[in-house]
Write a protein that binds this ligand. Sequence first.
Ligand SMILES: CC(C)(COP(=O)(O)OP(=O)(O)OC[C@H]1O[C@@H](n2cnc3c(N)ncnc32)[C@H](O)[C@@H]1OP(=O)(O)O)[C@@H](O)C(=O)NCCC(=O)NCCS
Length: 183
Amino acid sequence: MPPHRLRPVLEGRYVRLRPLRPSDTADLQRHANDPTIARFTTVPYPYTLAHARDFIQQSAPPNALPLCIALRATDEFIGMCSLMDIDPPQGTAELGYWISRLHRRKGYTTEAVRLIIRHGFQMLGLTRIYAGTHPANQASAQLLRRIGFTYEGTTPHFRPNLAGQTIEKYTLRKEDWAATQAD
Ligand SMILES: CC(C)(COP(=O)(O)OP(=O)(O)OC[C@H]1O[C@@H](n2cnc3c(N)ncnc32)[C@H](O)[C@@H]1OP(=O)(O)O)[C@@H](O)C(=O)NCCC(=O)NCCS
């Protein structure tokens, strides 16, 4: 099986990335049902229990690694952090994430992104991870810059519900990431 089809558990200091499970349904619905998430992602709003059930039950596309962000202390679901469009021959993948508004500005998404990036570069053979943010999404752009992503300019939208929106593209190359690990 290709390594990105395996579903790892990645432990951080405050959060853990793990596969979703049916018992996350209510928390997923409660946290995802938020227009501040829908504005900048493909997550629908309103977000119903049926959305949550479908999302958890559907098998992920073969080229995706969807993981949830859970609090390490309680294992409670609080968000998502995923690699999508994983392209092993190219060594590339797109990064996506969101976190409950109840848990923002605590460094949790930064930790989650660092965990999945490490996994992507060390275990999945990736050499370049990219992310797209809406120009108004200062929180996401700031987070990516702090982690070491480089702004590459604007690009047409990646995803259907963002059609017509300009997306700012950020990229992190493995060698640049590795250099920050040596510090
Ligand atoms: C973007 C998002 C994931 C940030 O998550 P978070 O857990 O709050 O981020 P962190 O706590 O790890 O913050 C890391 C840094 O990002 C920046 N940041 C985070 N939220 C910010 C905000 N609202 N305004 C400005 N900068 C912000 C800061 O530099 C922050 O560090 P600081 O708190 O020391 O200043 C969260 O706001 C979110 O889920 N938004 C809605 C969905 C979304 O936009 N997803 C990304 C689509 S590209």
